[in-house]
Design a protein around this ligand. Structure first.
Ligand code: FE2
Length: 431
């Protein structure tokens, strides 16, 4: 007897027509034609049942603030930072909480149940930290929200931030952040990495830095981050976010750098939607894409997780909390069009991101948390292609969001005919 059984599910790893039995919020059995009954049965009818989406890089303190106090005219990262600086004096904890909770509703509807959000610790009042700590508690029953102490205005560049960052950690922020490319000099950037890694090692915290988020082919902060990760014994606990300068670096240098990143066990977190939008803004033509070298990092064994980064804020006017949109962009920007590469893009918004965040009991094995998304698609690649509709979102064995299948009604010859866009495509060959 189970609390819940999901029947006839296709799993992302290729298993098909599988049943999943849930007891006490955990997966109790996985197999074909499971015996037993349950209080709730869901027939997935051969559709994809996935562990929930995981966003490894987001900014929940700025989300849904688009247009306040004005729009980003140049479209650059630096104007976005300046614009955020104009907005911050008017922020209250209540306003930040309200927008963040609205975003979390959107996230749940999209099956996005774990988010690592950076939170700006540049201002002495730490309103953003106070707000997102409150949000973390409010959403705990349905979203695993991790917070990163992010010195948006520079750890060393802005006076007082070394102190406010430590206060944020003392208040309960989970991860040490950084922004070495925004410090005044390359030397200051390297110094900030050394000091922040030391701080993390002393406190037993993970590290996640915005790193080399520029088109500068000579930016070298990920090299320093890799070295400090090894020096402080932090492999597996450090993430380098963005890494866009790697797009523009000399190929010979990258052939040395990627093995160093792999050796240090650093998680690479590109943000395809934002990288393709913000980078290359100083180019005429040809314009660089700006996303880091995802296939090459994956081939070297680096754990690559994709982040959404921004939704309707000073840096990005679009976004919908849909991690499939993120993977879809990555497939295009990174030319990841082989079957294996498209499949790996799905991993980057699920299992790889869960690994980067250190989530426990994540996955579809017996003993894992009973957290699922039922998609209107048959497999991960179809899910990315269609940015598939979420039919049900389940957390600890309970349905927390659901929707009816997206069906169009065609009236081409006077008689209505229903079209399920996820049902007519030819099946893909096996990998
Ligand atoms: Fe970011």
């Amino acid at each position: 007897m189970f609390d819940l059984i999901l029947r006839h599910a296709n799993l992302p790893d290729g298993r098909s027509d599988v049943d999943i039995g849930v007891s006490h919020g955990r997966i109790a059995a996985v197999g074909q034609a499971l015996d037993g009954s349950a209080g709730t049965e869901i027939d997935a009818t051969g559709r994809l049942v996935s562990p929930p989406f995981v966003d490894s890089h987001f900014h929940m303190d700025s989300t849904l603030s688009l247009g306040l106090p004005r729009l980003n005219q140049s479209g650059t990262l630096l104007e976005g930072i300046a614009l955020w600086g104009e907005l911050k004096p008017s922020l209250t904890a209540d306003v930040v909480i309200e927008r963040a909770l609205n975003y979390c509703d959107l996230a749940v509807a999209q099956g996005l149940l774990a988010i690592r959000s950076h939170v700006d610790v540049s201002d002495a009042n730490l309103i953003t930290v106070e707000a997102l700590l409150a949000v973390r508690e409010r959403v705990r029953p349905y979203i695993d929200l991790q917070l990163v102490a992010f010195p948006q205005d520079g750890y060393l560049r802005k006076p007082g931030v070394t102190e406010t960052l430590e206060r944020a950690l003392a208040m309960g922020v989970d991860v040490v952040g950084g922004i070495p490319h925004f410090e005044r000099t390359m030397a200051d950037g390297a110094l900030s990495i050394r000091r922040l890694c030391r701080l993390a090692a002393d406190r037993g915290l993970p590290v996640d830095m915005h790193c080399d988020e520029s088109d500068d082919p000579l930016s070298r902060h990920i090299e320093t981050l890799a070295a400090e990760t090894v020096r402080h014994g932090l492999p597996g606990r450090v993430a380098g976010s963005h890494l866009t300068s790697m797009h523009s670096m000399d190929n010979y240098y990258v052939s040395k750098l990627i093995p160093l990143i792999a050796e240090a066990g650093i998680h690479a977190i590109p943000n395809p939607l934002i990288n393709i939008t913000l980078q290359g803004r100083h180019d005429s033509y040809p314009k660089r894409r700006g996303m880091t070298r995802v296939p090459e990092l994956m081939a070297a064994g680096v754990n690559v997780a994709f982040g959404h980064d921004c939704v309707m804020d000073p840096w990005y006017s679009m976004g919908s909390g849909d991690m499939l949109e993120v993977a879809h962009m990555a497939v295009h920007v990174g030319q990841m069009t082989s079957l294996a590469a498209m499949r790996s893009a799905y991993d980057a918004i699920t299992v790889n991101s869960a690994r980067a965040l250190g989530l426990e009991a994540y996955g579809l094995d017996v003993g894992c948390n009973a957290d699922f998304v039922v998609l209107q698609a048959r497999d991960p690649i179809e899910a990315i292609r269609l940015k598939a509709h979420r039919l049900a979102v389940i957390r600890r064995g309970k349905v927390i969001a659901r929707s009816v299948p997206k069906i169009s009604e065609l009236m081409l010859d006077g008689r209505p005919r229903q079209l399920d866009t996820a049902s007519f495509a030819p099946p893909l060959p096996d990998l």
